[in-house]
Write a protein of this length. Structure first.
Length: 266
């Protein structure tokens, strides 16, 4: 009987030692660089408003009543799925946004206390909803023409509004690209307009070429006429005879029925 009790006592002691050893191994963690640690009390009188605190470096905690979450503070980039938004006049635009953001230093406990989620879940839910709302609100204030004509100004206002909303939640927006795609009807209209402009430019260029060629021919004709007139003025009988002598090959040319050296050119 005593031996049985001793065995049971030994087994219980071994289990307690094992549990204590496992607990001791799991009760220490280190918060990596570029992260903030959030220590959360799961049970006890402190659970509730005071159950979340900021920790850094090496952290000792009770794994049975506490849990440690790491929040990255470096810049993260997320590419959201595309969604559609209506402009003020009803046109449907497609937005395919990408945002870069980071957790503001020291804000991790407040973020976790509010959402009770890790950063990945918050990114895909809360931040995504804020992004959609920022675009939706700005689109409702712009007509189709004003969005197309003032795209940069429009996107700047979306980014400002989104950054303001995220800061209230403990995040800072670093960069945003909208991936804005125009309605198909607008794209076709722009393509037709560009095609018409290109055709008009082509016709204008062809007219310029034709006018240049016509002017060239006129200039050439005027030059030829002036040359002929000049030749007529300078081509005297004496000059003709001189040119004949210079080019004579020694044989007497025949003009008429009898050999004649010079022909009357008057």
């Amino acid at each position: 009987m005593n031996s049985t009790r001793q065995v049971l006592t030994w087994i219980i002691s071994f289990i307690l030692i094992l549990v204590f050893s496992v607990s001791a191994m799991k009760s220490c963690t280190r918060i990596d660089a570029g992260h903030e640690g959030v220590l959360v009390k799961l049970y006890g009188s402190e659970k509730g408003v005071q159950d979340v605190s900021l920790v850094t470096g090496r952290v000792w905690y009770n794994p049975f009543t506490e849990e440690v979450f790491e929040f990255p503070t470096f810049v993260q980039t997320v590419d959201y799925a595309a969604f559609t938004v209506n402009a003020k006049d009803g046109s449907v635009f497609t937005v395919d946004p990408t945002i870069s953001f980071r957790v503001i230093g020291g804000e991790s406990p407040r973020i976790f206390a509010k959402y009770r989620k890790d950063i990945e879940q918050i990114t895909q839910t809360t931040l995504y909803n804020y992004t959609r709302d920022a675009f939706r609100i700005q689109f409702n204030q712009y007509s189709t023409d004003s969005i197309i004509s003032n795209r940069q100004s429009f996107e700047d206002k979306v980014q400002i509004a989104l950054d303001k909303a995220l800061r209230k939640e403990g995040f800072e927006l670093e960069q945003m690209t909208s991936g804005l795609q125009y309605p198909e009807v607008i794209v076709q209209a722009v393509n037709l307009k560009n095609k018409a402009v290109q055709q008009a430019m082509q016709v204008e260029n062809e007219l310029k070429v034709a006018e240049a060629q016509a002017r060239k021919k006129i200039v050439e004709a005027e030059a030829e006429a002036r040359a002929n007139e000049l030749r007529q003025r300078t081509l005297t009988p004496l000059l003709i005879q001189q040119q004949f002598i210079e080019k004579w090959d020694g044989r007497t040319p025949l003009y008429g029925s009898s050999p004649t050296f010079f022909k009357n050119v008057q």
